[in-house]
Design a protein around this ligand. Structure first.
Ligand code: UDP
Length: 321
């Protein structure tokens, strides 16, 4: 059984590819390498192409029985400044992918969605039934694709899993792949860099939130746990299970200060930091209720914040060598 991983040379896609292979699937990667890296695709067959190159994509789809779609822009701030870019890639590109899947008879789609579809939730932990009210173009673009999947399921019998990630972090334990965003905007890699002599001091975005220590709370989930949920979701669809939307998180929140403490403990170094103003659009707390994923898939995130930070630290040291 071959699975097409679109965006497979990126951070989460490259982890999913490895977990798929460990579960006995054949894997074909498709990536335009705009933010992905050839090095992360090492050991896999890679087709370099745009999702809008539908002839090329159709050829790859005809060789596959399912598709995982990771190819999207994913910076909230950038989406506010340049929504056109987000709608072009995530919406127009997404539709090109979906229509090509339909035309080639591919019926199982696993979609990389986000907790940003919920916007600012009225309560945490967040369940899948919370209203979807995104507050930035990135979240809007992901919600559009979720709704397109829902409509195509009803109209054309396409089956999907929309997997709403909380904060993906950490790296493959074997050291083959990890996070290499440019620019890097995420807390854990920036805090790790701030613990080295090369990195800039970490700016803590807001210390006056209504949380126990005043900093924002997020649900950090190890990228390999995320990847394992994708494989389970795929197996669910292949067994004939229904389409679904699932939160992928741990159900546990950590504040920015707790993350900094974990980074200091694991690296044995001090994180140079400055307390700064809030970042626009950051809700005080985002934590998943992962109960549905556990019930439907028998999946639960296994890795702790300490494992997230230590694998990310190993990856950073390896990539700086
Ligand atoms: N954060 C921070 N400084 C940074 C980057 C992030 O204080 O340089 C905070 C941010 O405000 C949020 C948390 O860390 O509360 C996680 O942010 P990240 O950008 O990693 O992920 P997001 O939650 O935006 O998807």
């Amino acid at each position: 059984m071959k699975v097409l991983v679109v965006g497979g040379a990126g951070y989460i896609g490259s982890h999913a590819a490895r977990v798929l292979r460990r579960h006995g699937f054949d894997v074909l990667l498709y990536d335009n390498l705009s933010t992905g890296h050839v090095a992360l695709a090492k050991g896999f067959e890679l087709v370099v192409g745009e999702v809008t190159e539908t002839g090329k994509l159709a050829d790859a789809m005809k060789r596959s029985q399912a598709v995982m779609h990771f190819a999207a822009h994913a910076y909230v701030g950038e989406s506010v400044k340049d929504p056109r870019r987000y709608f072009r890639n995530n919406v127009e590109g997404g539709l090109a992918l979906l229509n090509t899947a339909l035309e080639t008879g591919l019926r199982n789609v696993i979609f990389s969605s986000t907790c940003a579809v919920y916007g600012i939730p009225a309560q945490v932990p967040i369940s899948e039934d919370a209203p979807r009210q995104p507050v930035n173009p990135y979240g809007v673009s992901k919600l559009f694709f979720e709704q397109a999947l829902e409509a195509y399921d009803v109209a054309y019998g396409l089956r999907f899993a929309s997997l709403r990630y909380f904060n993906a972090a950490g790296a493959d334990e074997a050291g083959e792949t990890g996070e290499c965003h440019d620019p890097e905007t995420h807390l854990i890699p920036l805090a790790l860099r701030a613990a080295t002599e090369h990195g800039a001091p970490l700016q803590v975005f807001g210390s006056d939130y209504p949380t126990a220590d005043g900093t924002c709370i997020r649900d950090y989930i190890h990228v390999t746990d995320l990847a394992e949920a994708h494989v389970k979701a795929l197996e669910h669809l292949l067994r004939g299970g229904n389409s679904m939307a699932l939160n992928l998180g741990t159900g546990r929140g950590h504040s920015v200060k707790e993350v900094i403490t974990a980074v200091e403990t694991i690296t044995g170094k001090r994180v140079r930091m400055q307390l700064g103003p809030r970042r626009a659009g950051d809700p005080p707390a985002l934590v998943a209720d992962p109960g549905r994923a556990e019930g439907v898939l028998g999946w639960k995130a296994k890795r702790s914040l300490a494992e997230i930070v230590s694998t990310a630290w190993q990856w950073l040291q390896r990539s700086q060598r």
